[in-house]
Design a protein around this ligand. Structure first.
Ligand SMILES: [Zn+2]
Length: 277
C-alpha cells in the first residue's frame, strides 16, 4: 500500500508532468472511483476547461489544485497515474482518463478498484470527509517532538497503534511505523502515554529521517518514469526491519521477530527495541 513517501513521490512527479495542462474532457469508466459529486457526468462537466495549477498532498491524499476546483485523490492499494499520448492504447484497469487540450492524457489505473476521487471548491476539502479529521503532517516543518507528543502522548494504546491512527499522525502506515520504531529503539507494544521525553525526541527524529530518506529514494525513480516507463506508484525501499522476519538485525545480529500489534503484522528486534519500559 502506498504510504506517505510514495504519495509524495507521485505528487512531485505529477507536479512536473501536468501543471499548466488544461482539461478538455474527462472519461469515467468505473463510476465508483468518483465519490463526489455523486453524478459522474457532473464530475466530468465540472472539470472541463480547468487548468492544473499545482499538486499538493495531505497525508496519503493527493490534492490536485485547478483554477477554482480541488480534486482529492487517494490511491489506496494499487492506484497509479500515468501520462500518455491520446493515441496510445488504453490499458486494462484504466478507470478515469483526463484528456488534456495538448493531446496528452492523465490516466488513472487501479487493479483493486479501491481508489477514490472527490471534487471540491477550493478550501471546502478541509471541512468535509475525507480530509477533515486528519492528524499532524510528519514532513511539515512544524512537526516537532512536542507536536508528536501532543498527538499521541496521552493515548492508552500501543505506540504502534497510535502511530497508525491517521487522526493523530498522517501518512505513516505499517511499513514506516515498524522502520521508525526500530530506528528509535522503541518496542512497538510500549503504551504511547508511557513514552519519555527522550523517546519522543528519538521517535520524532526516526520518523522524519525514515520518511525523508524514502522520499529521496522515490525521487530517483522519477527520471525513469519521465523517460517513458509509463506509471508510478510503489517502489523498492531500503527496509531495515519490515518484512525481514527471521533475518539478522542489521545493528546487533539478533533474529528479527514478527508478531501482531495493533492488529497488524509487526517486525522488531527484541534487543534493539527492549520492552522493559
Ligand atoms: Zn537489533
Amino acid at each position: 500500500m502506498p504510504e506517505l513517501p510514495e504519495v509524495e513521490t507521485v505528487r512531485r512527479t505529477l507536479n512536473q508532468l501536468i501543471v499548466g495542462k488544461t482539461i478538455d474532457s474527462v472519461t469515467v469508466r468505473l463510476p465508483r472511483i468518483i465519490q463526489r459529486p455523486d453524478d459522474i457526468h457532473a464530475f466530468a462537466l465540472a472539470l472541463a476547461g480547468h487548468t492544473v495549477q499545482s499538486v499538493e498532498r495531505r497525508g496519503k491524499f493527493l490534492r490536485i489544485l485547478l483554477d477554482g476546483l480541488v480534486l482529492v485523490s487517494h490511491l489506496r492499494m494499487e492506484g497509479r497515474y500515468g501520462l500518455y499520448k491520446q493515441d496510445e492504447p488504453v490499458e486494462k484497469h484504466t478507470h478515469v482518463i483526463f484528456h488534456f487540450t495538448d493531446g496528452t492524457e492523465l490516466r488513472y489505473k487501479d487493479v483493486r478498484q479501491f481508489g477514490t476521487m472527490h471534487l471540491f471548491a477550493p478550501g471546502e476539502e478541509f471541512t468535509l470527509p475525507p480530509l477533515m479529521k486528519l492528524g499532524v503532517e510528519p514532513l511539515d516543518e512544524a512537526f516537532t517532538p512536542e507536536v508528536l507528543r501532543t498527538a499521541i502522548g496521552t493515548r492508552n494504546t500501543s505506540v504502534k497503534a497510535a502511530l497508525l491512527n491517521q487522526a493523530y499522525v498522517v501518512g505513516i502506515g505499517n511499513i514506516y511505523v515498524d522502520e521508525s520504531l526500530f530506528r528509535a529503539g522503541i518496542h512497538p507494544e510500549q503504551v504511547a502515554k508511557t513514552l519519555t521525553e527522550e523517546q519522543f525526541v528519538r521517535l520524532h527524529r526516526a520518523i522524519v529521517d525514515t520518511l525523508q530518506e524514502s522520499v529521496a529514494v522515490g525521487g530517483s525513480s522519477i527520471k525513469s518514469y519521465v523517460n517513458g516507463q509509463g506509471e508510478m506508484g510503489m517502489f523498492q525501499h531500503q527496509l531495515k526491519i519490515y518484512g525481514r522476519k527471521g533475518e539478522p538485525c542489521v545493528v546487533c545480529g539478533s533474529m528479527i521477530e514478527k508478531s501482531v500489534v495493533g492488529g497488524r503484522g509487526t517486525h522488531y528486534c527484541r534487543v534493539c527495541q527492549p520492552s522493559d519500559h
